[in-house]
Ligand binder design. Structure first.
Ligand code: QAP
Ligand code: CO
Length: 167
């Protein structure tokens, strides 16, 4: 197992569109182990392969309080969505920055599990928000990119200032 390096916004590689996984092989299962280890170590509640510079459609999520309910989504597709929610989000690729994004309140998502079997999950609340946030990463989109130009500019300035003081 390994803890992987997480790309930091505004790294251009976060805008890469991930390719579907053709077959769930041992290589993909190893990637999932490393993604999970990286997410738990951070700690975070969700991580997409895009964030570790692997551009395949793989996501790990654990929104449980006990950190023992790993959800793996391979080739996820939203097949139904309902309602709207405004949730305060964060992102391991944009540390220290939090803000609201409007998304569907509840979703049904179809994906493959680690055995390559198709399943459907109904989600609402934080889990639904997290799945949509991570699926955006696979499409090359970061949550701050929903914000106004002004708010994005302020976010970039804050991140730059933070990077300077960290050196
Ligand atoms: C995505 O985000 C998410 O700024 C997962 O300093 C978050 O795990 C979806 C984290 C909230 C919906 C709601 C962020 C850790 C973790 C930070 C995360 C930080 C340390 C973010
Ligand atoms: Co994120």
């Amino acid at each position: 197992m390994a803890i992987l390096k997480i790309l930091q916004y505004p790294d251009e590689r976060l805008h890469t569109v991930a390719a579907p996984v053709a077959q769930v092989t041992d290589k993909i299962r190893l990637l999932i182990k490393d993604l999970a280890e990286t997410m738990y170590a951070a700690p975070g509640i969700g991580l997409a392969a895009t964030q570790v510079d692997v551009h395949e459609r793989v996501i790990v999520i654990d929104t449980s309080e006990t950190h023992d309910q790993l959800l793996v989504l391979i080739n996820p597709e939203i097949i139904a969505s309902n309602g709207l929610s405004d949730y305060e989000e964060g992102c391991l690729s944009v540390p220290g920055i939090y803000g609201k994004v409007q998304r569907a309140e509840s979703i049904a998502v179809r994906a493959l599990n680690t055995e390559g079997e198709s399943f459907v999950l109904n989600a609402d609340g934080l889990l639904a928000v997290c799945i949509q946030h991570e699926m955006d990463h696979l499409a090359g989109k970061v949550f701050v990119e929903y914000w106004s130009r002004l708010k994005q500019a302020r976010t970039l300035a804050r991140l730059k200032k933070k990077q300077r003081s960290a050196m």
